[in-house]
Design a protein. Structure first.
Length: 269
């Protein structure tokens, strides 16, 4: 028999038959505030479980089923969710600093105000997730799929989005200073009032991508090497703030003719 106690009060939250939580069936369990730090929950079934305010720091949840579970306000620092299936789960305000999410399925998840600083989310499926107010500073997001996701007021300085898919993503009022978007797919992506100062855009795919009120676009790295496959939209505010100092090679990739180049530079210099 395994006794799970509350992180703060020490009261019994649940008693589980068996000698290990590995592969345990905890579907639908109310584990609010449970102390599961350093526990081995690999392969466990936590579908629909309520883990709000639980302590999952250092826990092993690799391969676990967390579909529809609520992990809001959890302390999950350094936990392992590699290969976990957690579609539609809620991580509101959760702390996953340094967590390992590699290869996990996290479609349609809610992450508002969560902290993923330094997390490893390589090749994660994040389609249609909501990252409002999330901290992604220094996170490894290489090859992750964020198709259709929302990034609003995100702190993403130094985040690694190399070869990530951000097609049809909405990015607004976010800071991606020094982030790496090398080879990322920004097809139909809308960047609105977002900071890309010193961000690496080399080989980034721009296809019907919109830059709206992005005042520091000219400070991004690798603009001469972006892959422009169709129209790219720069609104008047972005043109006014950047055009005089945008690399000529980038302007040509946007399909701007020499005549238009002269006119624009005279207007916005």
């Amino acid at each position: 028999m395994i006794t799970i106690r509350h992180t703060q009060t020490g009261e019994v939250v649940a008693e589980i038959e068996g000698e290990s939580l590995r592969g345990a069936n905890l579907a639908g369990y109310a584990l609010i505030g449970a102390n599961l730090a350093e526990q081995d929950l690999s392969g466990a079934n936590l579908q629909g479980a309520n883990l709000c305010w639980a302590n999952l720091s250092g826990a092993n949840l690799s391969g676990a089923n967390l579909e529809g579970a609520d992990l809001s306000a959890t302390n999950a620092k350094g936990c392992c969710l590699a290969g976990a299936k957690a579609d539609t789960a809620r991580f509101l305000g959760a702390d996953l600093q340094g967590a390992d999410l590699r290869g996990a399925s996290l479609r349609r998840t809610l992450w508002e105000f969560a902290n993923l600083s330094g997390a490893n989310a390589e090749s994660v499926q994040f389609q249609f997730a909501d990252f409002t107010g999330v901290t992604l500073e220094g996170a490894c997001l290489t090859g992750a799929d964020f198709g259709g996701s929302r990034f609003v007021r995100v702190k993403g300085a130094r985040a690694n989005f190399r070869f990530a898919a951000l097609a049809q993503a909405l990015i607004r009022d976010s800071d991606f200073t020094s982030a790496d978007f090398t080879g990322a797919d920004l097809t139909l992506t809308n960047l609105h009032r977002s900071v890309v100062r010193e961000a690496n855009l080399s080989e980034t795919i721009l296809l019907n991508t919109a830059f709206l009120q992005c005042g520091d676009l000219h400070l991004a790295v690798g603009l001469e090497e972006v892959s422009v496959n169709s129209r790219v939209l720069l609104d008047v505010a972005t043109l006014r703030a950047n055009y005089a100092v945008l690399p000529l090679a980038f302007c040509k990739r946007l399909g701007i003719s020499s005549e238009e180049e002269v006119v624009f530079r005279s207007l916005y210099s």
